[in-house]
Design a protein around this ligand. Structure first.
Ligand code: PRP
Ligand code: GUN
Length: 174
């Protein structure tokens, strides 16, 4: 384990919760196909593990949106760095994120993707930091864990591009 990091959510807890979410999503989308959209880069680790636990047919696409740069506080501005490869028209879409903080990223993404006429669109986030929410119109259907207002790293989440590969969620020690 990295010396400067304290564990907030262990690998075992993450694994258990992702299995539960996978089972729930599989039940709720029974008889349908699910089009999962991962928000890069942080969402990749969670999306891969979650997709493995879903039993309905799944297709995947990726989108890159920038909001933070190298700092730890939202700049409030969002830019699409990579758009989807495929149309989402008529598809049951699940947006998969690593974390919702201010909610600006997802609010912006949702309004954009709704204009493309998916059959349905829902959100799944590994972590939710509700204390920091600035945007009220983001309804999250599936949440892994609610976390306190601390800057977390690991399992896809970075600090200046580092720590994404930690298999647990941790908090940087001062
Ligand atoms: O709710 P918000 O305040 O908008 O914050 C959430 C967003 O911030 C992080 O992305 P980041 O911009 O750090 O990109 P990354 O996944 O490539 O690290 C995270 O992956 C979300 O996309
Ligand atoms: N790594 C990381 N990225 C974030 N983006 C929004 N909140 C966070 C956080 O707590 N950690």
């Amino acid at each position: 384990m990295a010396d400067n990091i304290s564990v907030l959510i262990s690998e075992e807890e993450l694994d258990k919760r992702i299995r539960e979410l996978g089972a729930q999503i599989s039940r709720e989308y029974e008889g349908k196909e699910l089009h999962m959209i991962c928000v890069l880069k942080g969402g990749v680790f969670f999306m891969v593990e979650l997709a493995k636990r879903i039993t309905v047919p799944v297709s995947l696409d990726f989108m890159a949106v920038s909001s933070y740069g190298s700092g730890t506080v939202s700049s409030g501005s969002i830019r699409i760095k990579k758009d989807l490869d495929e149309s989402i028209e008529g598809k049951d879409v699940l947006i998969v994120e690593d974390i919702i903080d201010s909610g600006r990223t997802l609010s912006h993404l949702l309004s954009l993707l709704r204009t493309r006429h998916p059959a349905s669109i829902e959100l799944c986030t590994m972590l939710d930091k509700p204390e920091r929410r600035e945007v009220k119109d983001v309804h999250v259907r599936y949440t892994g864990f609610v976390v306190p207002d601390e800057f977390v790293v690991g399992y896809g989440l970075d600090y200046d591009q580092k720590y994404r590969n930690l298999p647990y969620i941790g908090v940087l020690k001062e």
